[in-house]
Design a binder for this molecule. Structure first.
Ligand SMILES: [Zn+2]
Ligand SMILES: [Zn+2]
Length: 210
């Protein structure tokens, strides 16, 4: 099952121009089987999207993207909203543990400069509290995704993919391929915990399928 795991719509993100109608048309055209709406700090937009899509029968899941001192984190299964810029990674870990949610660093290597060896200093202990790394982010430069893939290998974590779309043309560039069908948020969280998935560029998947 192919899911675009990282999408911002204009129902919940003021930074997004992406409307719900065009989004639903586009993902079907692309042959993507489901989407996850991951607005900043709040499930409000994802809830609106679910209401909006109603009984159209297209799988829509909810997540949030939370700013922390270790960069943006995608969180699935969180039972609350958080406030902007006030959450540290370790506070988020506490919340996620209490709610049974899972954490995945979003675009962890965006802005790394390999020439100068500059990278955000991720403490190794972080690895024990995340289930995967976003190795394929559609808004990243390819180089940043390669660095994220290297980090995932180094830490022995699986990768997820999502477009990080804020506009229609970005939808579906990167996706997560799940081994099993996912029909609820609980399924999604369980599969993410179990590691039965991988991140990819949609174009690459299509090429391999030919
Ligand atoms: Zn982000
Ligand atoms: Zn994002």
């Amino acid at each position: 099952m192919i899911i675009d795991l990282h999408i911002h719509t204009n129902l919940g993100s003021i930074c997004s121009q992406l409307g719900p109608d065009e989004l639903l048309v586009r993902v079907r055209e692309l042959g993507i089987d489901g989407i996850c709406v991951t607005d900043h700090h709040s499930h409000r937009g994802a809830n609106r999207m679910l209401e909006y899509a109603g009984d159209r029968g297209y799988p829509i899941f909810r997540g949030v993207e939370i700013y922390t001192d270790y960069g943006d984190m995608l969180v699935f299964g969180l039972k609350r909203d958080t406030r902007y810029h006030l959450t540290t990674f370790w506070e988020l870990v506490e919340m996620a543990e209490a709610d049974g949610a899972v954490i995945i660093p979003a675009h962890p290597c965006r802005g790394w400069d390999p020439k100068h060896g500059h990278r955000h200093a991720f403490p190794r202990e972080m690895a024990d509290h995340i289930v995967a790394i976003e190795t394929h982010n559609g808004a990243n430069k390819h180089r940043s995704n390669l660095q994220a893939q290297e980090l995932a290998r180094e830490w022995g974590k699986p990768g997820v993919g999502g477009s990080d779309a804020h506009a229609l043309w970005q939808v579906g560039k990167c996706v997560t391929v799940f081994e099993r069908e996912i029909s609820s948020e609980e399924d999604l969280v369980r599969e993410l915990r179990e590691g039965r998935f991988f991140g990819a560029y949609l174009e690459e998947l299509r090429r391999e399928a030919v």
